[in-house]
Design a binder for this molecule. Structure first.
Ligand code: NCD
Ligand code: ZN
Length: 345
């Protein structure tokens, strides 16, 4: 196969920051995706409907003039989120979910929730108003090994949330383990998961063998090969519980190539091409469209997109960096070749 035309995809998990960084990264997403779920972990976090609408305006202003890309906004859960906040968000057409960050789990999660049990009344309200809960599923206990944090979160925290709120729509974001895949498969249809390109393409050797490679460092951290294989199997399975969410998370090159480097991979420059590479490696390109363009929209109860995009088998070289002036971002596969290219690049 040398050409692949699919319904235009959406990105169901995206970080685009604000200010100059936003202006640099947003056009990359807008040229591929029709819509994206925008993560609220700014500094300070986006915790109210009013803040989300302001952020949405900033995004719309940063879009290339011809673009009709739609940012789908989310709110950041804190210990101070109220049921009134939930009601207001659920009634706003631009807000599509709440995001739970266990406090300290990842970039800009300090304002998150230390113990999710303390906000069960808020989950109750989310269930009642039928607005999805998006979860960064890792425990933060200092005695829990970083490679076990997702599995332990599922055992200790997520299973109980799913039990207590059987009608709450939940997305376990950026799953990285076979434990997560099995858990999601075993639950009802209101529980889904996003999968990133890096977790489909790489295992932890990419990050640690032959020198430490900070541009592969993201959270949840890359796992061993057996987990990558089960993620790929889930992605190509046609099971609508698994859909595309890049978790593209830009940081300045200097903040990643650092004695204490930030977590996050920037993949928006080539997101759909990276997924195409992963699906092709499994001989399952025909399964890309459901994963990238149908299942997420169905889960969020939004219409599927009408337009199409075309990928061509045409190698191209990923630049060493993106951005100008103050901004310098090292993308995933910097300086390497990609096999697929989005037409009109
Ligand atoms: C994300 C970021 O940089 O905002 N980083 C990451 O490694 N994925 C936060 C997140 O989604 O965990
Ligand atoms: Zn993320």
């Amino acid at each position: 196969m040398n050409k692949l035309t699919i319904t235009q995809p959406d990105d169901w998990h995206l970080h685009i920051r604000n200010g100059e960084m936003l202006k640099t990264v947003l056009p990359h997403t807008a040229q591929q995706f029709a819509r994206a779920i925008i993560m609220p972990n700014l500094k300070p976090p986006v915790t109210s409907t009013q803040q989300a609408l302001q952020y949405r305006n900033e995004i719309l202003l940063a879009l290339p003039s011809e673009s009709d890309f739609k940012p789908l906004m989310t709110l950041y859960l804190t210990g101070s989120t109220t049921t009134q906040d939930v009601k207001q968000a659920a009634e706003c057409e631009h807000i599509h979910a709440f995001k739970l960050y266990p406090a300290g789990a990842t970039t800009n999660s300090d304002a998150g929730v230390a113990d999710p049990k303390t906000i069960y009344p808020i989950f109750e309200a989310m269930q009642q108003f039928d607005i999805p809960l998006l979860i960064h599923g890792e425990v933060v206990d200092h005695d829990c090994d970083i490679f076990d944090r997702e599995r332990v979160f599922i055992e200790r925290t997520l299973s109980d949330i799913v039990r207590q709120f059987p009608d709450l729509r939940i997305v376990l974001e950026h799953v990285t383990t076979s434990d997560a895949v099995e858990f999601v498969k075993s639950t009802a249809n209101n529980i889904a998961a996003t999968i990133t390109p890096q977790h489909l393409l790489y295992n932890r050797n990419a990050m640690l063998v032959g020198g430490i490679k900070p541009h592969y460092y993201c959270l949840p951290i890359l796992k061993r090969e057996q987990h990558r294989e089960s993620l790929l199997e889930a992605a190509i399975s046609g099971n609508p519980k698994f859909f595309l969410g890049t978790d593209s998370a830009p940081h300045q090159t200097g903040s990643k190539e650092n004695a204490c480097g930030c977590a996050g991979c920037f993949s928006a420059h080539a997101a759909i091409e990276l997924y195409a590479e992963a699906f092709e490696s499994a001989g399952a390109l025909e399964k890309l469209e459901g994963f990238a363009s149908f299942f997420g929209a169905d889960f969020y109860r939004l219409p599927r997109n009408n337009r199409t995009i075309t990928l061509t088998k045409e190698p191209w070289l990923v630049p060493d960096s993106y951005g100008q002036g103050e901004i310098n971002i090292t993308p995933l596969k910097a300086g390497e070749q990609l096999a697929w290219k989005l037409e009109a690049r």
